[in-house]
Design a protein around this ligand. Structure first.
Ligand code: UT7
Length: 331
């Protein structure tokens, strides 16, 4: 029997219209365009505005773009996974609402939360459902309204994050294309260094917590940076070694867009020419779960059937990993 692999067969994206530039941030906090650009590579990010709009608003739009491009009947979708660190609300799945809104009435759905590694882990999960042979169409969406957890008086965080969503469709492939191998890791000691303290079950929201602005994300940037550089590069080297690949076998590096210096360090560690390192952080900032599918959407025109893509991510938790992938179509 032919081995079934899990391939990506379509992508879609949505980014909100409102732009927050470095110059606009200069008016909110003590920062400047030169500092932000040289330290992070970010020039602007998108912000989702509008009463009652959460991550599902963007997830739905990204999925609808994919459905239209692929001419897909949403009733054929078996499963909708929304990778997100900013679900619409607690106890009610963003994925389930998204599935219903896009007409995926025969699908089941769930959210997957692993901070900035949510989409990477989601790729692994989506692939297992396809490889099982039981499911034929799995829609994986990375969507985050990061602005909902940002304190726009905190220059350590407000310059980094933006909002957006990207969607990919996983389908069975019999040519050996799609997900080849993965190394996924985590370390719970990392949660002290990047978190939103209040609003979960441990510290439910109180007036005092809100007064202390504990409902916003806080990070020890230096510690996260050091761990991200080391661990993302480490798993990227390891996935190549494990699969007997050299840098010449790699067509693209698709790394989580948190900081241009972290992405470049990962590329350098495997001696990859910078032209092979996907980069769009300058336009969107760090969109958490959406960075990897937004890269695929922005580079889709340049991707060719058989291209080798190495995915890598690092995020809060800590969570990190790398995936060895073969692209399945020419657009
Ligand atoms: O998505 C996964 C999770 N997140 C990440 O991967 C992010 C990882 N961390 C980073 O990207 C970087 O650590 C930051 C971009 C957050 C900060 O860059 P850095 O090079 O690590 O700067 P720093 O925190 O070491 O600060 C250097 C200086 C400090 O001044 P002094 O103490 O040297 O006088 C800061 O106070 O820059 C100052 N600074 C700023 N200056 C202007 C910190 N933030 C800003 C700012 N504008 N926004």
């Amino acid at each position: 029997m032919t081995k079934i692999t899990a391939a990506i067969t379509a992508v879609g994206k949505y980014i909100p219209e409102d732009v927050l530039t470095n110059e606009m941030l200069e008016k909110l906090v003590d920062t400047n365009d030169e500092w932000i650009t040289s330290r992070t590579g970010i020039k602007e990010r998108r912000i989702l505005k509008g009463e009652g709009r959460g991550s599902s608003y963007m997830a739905i739009k990204a999925a609808q773009q994919l459905i239209k491009k692929k001419k897909l009947d949403p009733k054929e979708i078996d499963l909708v996974i929304v990778a997100t660190a900013t679900p619409d609300m607690q106890a009610a799945s963003t994925a389930v609402y998204t599935a219903t809104q896009i007409g995926a009435i025969n699908a089941f759905g769930f959210d997957l939360e692993a901070a900035c590694s949510s989409f990477l882990y989601g790729m692994s999960v989506a692939a297992r459902y396809i490889e099982s042979g039981k499911y034929k169409k799995v829609l994986l969406i990375g969507a985050d309204k990061c602005s909902s957890m940002i304190d726009y008086t905190d220059r350590a965080t407000c310059i980094i994050f933006g909002d957006g969503a990207g969607a990919v469709l996983f389908e069975p492939n019999e040519e050996g294309l799609g997900l080849q191998d993965e190394i996924l890791r985590s370390d719970g000691a990392g949660r002290e260094f990047l978190k939103v303290k209040t609003g979960g079950s441990m510290y439910p929201t109180t007036k005092e917590a809100l007064d202390n602005k504990e409902n916003f994300v806080r990070q020890d940037g230096k510690t996260v940076f050091k761990n991200a550089v080391f661990n993302m590069a480490d798993v990227t080297v390891k996935i190549l070694e494990k699969n007997n690949l050299t840098n010449e076998d790699v067509t693209w590096l698709a790394a989580h867009q948190a900081n241009k210096r972290i992405i470049e360090a990962t590329g350098k560690r495997i001696n990859l020419d910078s032209s092979k390192v996907m980069m769009n952080i300058e336009k969107y900032g760090n969109t958490t779960s959406a960075t990897l599918p937004l890269l695929l959407a922005d580079y889709e025109d340049q991707l060719k059937k058989g291209d080798t893509i190495i995915f890598a991510a690092f995020g809060g938790g800590f969570t990190w990993g790398s995936i060895y992938f073969k692209w399945a179509y020419n657009s």
